[in-house]
Design a protein around this ligand. Structure first.
Ligand code: ATP
Ligand code: AH0
Length: 367
């Protein structure tokens, strides 16, 4: 099955925004993208999201059973019924991430999922990298490299994922492989949607600032933005990574502002941290392709365009699906793991050398 031929890989991502499970098929040999297949979004209910939110920060053995039940049920519903799938890439739900401390914790049982689906499942993608001294994140950059080549890009370009946390990938598509020196530079830029979501949830009972209405209406408090950028994270050289709640105190910085100004300030902090991160790139990319839910926030996209020295566009302008890029990425990475190909390298996580992470669980009965 895995001899370099085209594999129909089904990836699943449950991200830091806790909005739901994205599931998407990508046709690949682990190096090239041959095509994209069906995708599906399975939202978490309010009750499920509350269970997951309560589990954030927990490590294995610290009472994650209820959250595990939510993750397994939601993924079985999201992944069941796809036709002609050869392999599943299961990210799980990150509950905690301290690569220089306790490690990284993605909640999910890939072995149980493999038996329930009757399909081989690759999971636990991040541990091997962390155990070898890497950040364990971001991992999508190897897929971004494949996307750049699928697009036929011939000059360096950037991918910016704006989920709960922002992560930037600088790609040189002229290189022959993602693990080649100089092919990729990637790192988490800073907070993206998570603090905005948390603030509108706390103040207004909404999940997010739909359409960026508040962010467009308000005025950013520049003093708060400048104070935030003095945080030590912005003085660390990449590769570097964040946990969803590393900046949990951020809404507290804007407590004295009205709703619109508070959101506008968090939007500016997101955009300014991307601009600060862009300074680490070997050269500014001619184009930055934005993926993740933040690309649907006009307030964020407007501020990125104002602050960055390059064209800023949603990935759809390059023919890609920004809602499903991360799910596709874990399908792609699952094929790489199954074929023993690296999934991270010094340029993406700071790991000592290219490493193929992940655990492959096979079903006792085929689907
Ligand atoms: N129409 C919209 N208007 C404004 N913001 C939106 C819109 N749709 C989605 N978002 C934002 O995008 C977020 C979800 O983005 P996404 O699904 O990429 O996050 P994630 O994958 O869970 O996070 P991460 O990539 O950090 O793991 C929502 O929480 C919200 O803040
Ligand atoms: C530990 C963890 O789950 N990190 C996530 C988070 O969400 C965005 C950013 O921080 C990124 O580093 C990573 O996910 C993406 C999919 C990645 O690994 O590329």
């Amino acid at each position: 099955m895995l001899t370099g031929e085209c594999i129909r890989a089904l990836g699943a991502m449950s991200g830091t925004s806790l909005d739901g499970v994205d599931a998407a098929v990508v046709e690949t040999d682990g190096a090239r993208i041959f095509g994209f297949g069906e995708s599906r979004y399975r939202p978490y209910s309010d009750e499920e999201r509350a269970v997951l939110r309560a589990a954030l920060g927990k490590w294995p053995g610290e009472g994650c059973d209820a959250a595990l039940e939510v993750v397994q049920r939601a993924h079985l519903e999201a992944l069941g019924g796809f036709e002609g799938v050869d392999l599943v890439g299961f990210h799980g739900q990150t509950l905690a991430h301290e690569p220089r401390g306790r490690g990284t914790h993605q909640l999910g049982d890939g072995e149980a999922l493999a038996q329930a689906l009757g399909l081989p499942v690759v999971w636990d993608f991040r541990s091997a990298d962390v155990n070898l001294g890497g950040e364990g994140a971001p991992l999508a950059p190897f897929y971004h490299f494949a996307c750049a080549q699928w697009m036929g890009a011939e000059a360096p370009l950037g991918f910016l994922n704006l989920g709960g946390v922002g992560n930037l990938t600088w790609v040189d598509p002229r290189k022959s492989a993602p693990e080649e020196a100089g092919a990729l530079l990637a790192f988490d830029t800073g907070p993206a949607n998570a603090p905005i979501d948390d603030l509108v949830q706390a103040r207004l009972g909404r999940d997010f600032d739909e359409g960026g209405v508040l962010g467009l209406e308000g005025r950013a408090d520049t003093g708060s933005v400048e104070a935030f950028l003095t945080h030590g994270y912005f003085h660390r050289m990449p590769p570097k990574s964040l946990d969803r709640d590393d900046f949990k105190g951020l809404p507290g910085m804007v407590v004295g502002l009205d709703d619109a100004d508070a959101v506008a300030t968090l939007v500016e902090i997101c955009a300014a941290s991307v601009a600060r991160g862009m300074e680490h790139c070997p050269e500014p990319p001619a184009r930055l392709l934005v993926t993740g839910g933040g690309r649907k926030n006009p307030a964020i996209m407007t501020r990125l365009a104002a602050l960055l020295p390059c064209d800023v566009a949603p990935v759809e302008e390059a023919g890609l699906n920004g809602d499903m890029l991360e799910a596709q990425a874990f399908g792609f990475l699952a094929v790489r793991v199954a074929r023993g190909l690296p999934t991270s390298c010094p340029g993406t996580t700071g790991v000592a050398g290219a490493v193929a992470g992940g655990t492959l669980s096979r079903p006792e009965r085929a689907a």
